[in-house]
Ligand binder design. Sequence first.
Ligand SMILES: [Mg+2]
Ligand SMILES: [Zn+2]
Length: 194
Amino acid sequence: MNVPSQPPRFVLLDRDGVINTAVRNGYVLSPDAIEILPGAPEAIARLNAAGYRVAVASNQQCVGKGELSEAGLDAITQAVRDRVAAAGGAIEAFFYCRHLASDGCDCRKPKPGLLLQAQRAFGFDLAATYFVGDAYTDLETAANASCPAIFIRSGLDAARCDAGEPFPSPPAAVVADLAEAVDFILRDDTSPSP
Ligand SMILES: [Mg+2]
Ligand SMILES: [Zn+2]
C-alpha cells in the first residue's frame, strides 16, 4: 500500500531575541558578543526529539552596512550551531537577509521572502509551520507568509506588548521564551509522530 509522504515538520525561528539576546540599537558583530538565552538550545533539542527540524530566519542589515563581513556572520552562525549542538540539538539552516532597509529586497522581514526561501528549500507546509519571533515585525512576517506565529517576550518588543500596543497580526500564542514556545507547539501537536 502506498502511504502518501508527509511534508517535513519544521519550526522557524527568528534569531536575535529568540535564541540569543538581541542588541538594542545595534547588532551582534562577533561570536564573542553572542549571549545565548537560557534554555534556548535545550528547547531546540526538544523540538528535534519530537520530530521537528528547525530553521532560522533573521535580518542582518549589519552585513549590508559593512559592519559585519560574510566570514564574521558565518562565525556567529557557527557559534550558535555549536551551542545548540552541545544541548543535543541542530539547526538545519539559517536564512539571512543581508540587505539594507533601503534596498527594497523581498527578503527583509516583514517581507515573507526568508520564510518562502525556507519553504522552497525544505517543502514544509507553511500553514502548519510556526514562526517564532520577538518582534512585532515577525508577526507581520508570519502573516505575510500565511503561517502561524508565536510571540515571545524575551526580546526587544516585550515592552511594546507590556504597554498594550496591539499586535499587527494576532499570534497563536504569547509566551515568555523559546522553551515556553516549544511547550506550546508540542502541546498543540496533534499530528502523528513521524
Ligand atoms: Mg528578533
Ligand atoms: Zn533581503
